[in-house]
Write a protein of this length. Sequence first.
Length: 202
Amino acid sequence: MQLTTSEAAAQLGVSARQVRRSAVSGQLTAGRHGRAFTLSALEVRALGRTETRGRPWSDTTRTAALDLLSVGATDALRGSQLSRLKRRIRESEAKDLAGHLLRGHVTLRRAPNAEVRSQYAPKMAGELGLGAFGGLAVVVSDDSERLARSQRMVLDADGDVAFVDGFSRHAAVLEVLVLFTLGSAREHVAARDWLQARARRV
């Protein structure tokens, strides 16, 4: 579904000018129809759910945070850097974590058919209390571009499969982050609760 700049601005609670700036900077994929922009409703929803504070995290910090959320320990950081990161994770809201851990690492694609899409049903759905698969499929891969090409999945801002750059050891956390960011309202709430509980244990 496509939104106008005004509709996206109302959904995000910002001005239409800020939405246009996000489109020009590449934060949102925009189509042009004459002088007007059209934006993917899914991308607008994701932007609204991933507000971040501070500078973007480095790849090392991202890996350390995913390690902490996945297994509770990491070798990527030590000493005061590790202590600060643990405190930041415990004090962060789910939308801040999702922004730092996913931004720039997720692409949406369209599966060629339902059979291919069903291969990538989120494995965390059961743990989150979500029923039968019908929503967004999630793929976590360290070479997502190659995998997407082999499955003949095309880029699509309103796609039904989210490809996340990451390692298999972080798959569960990355799946939940994607469901929080791009999922339906029910998936969003279930993922938020899971992430907040996991962050408190870091």
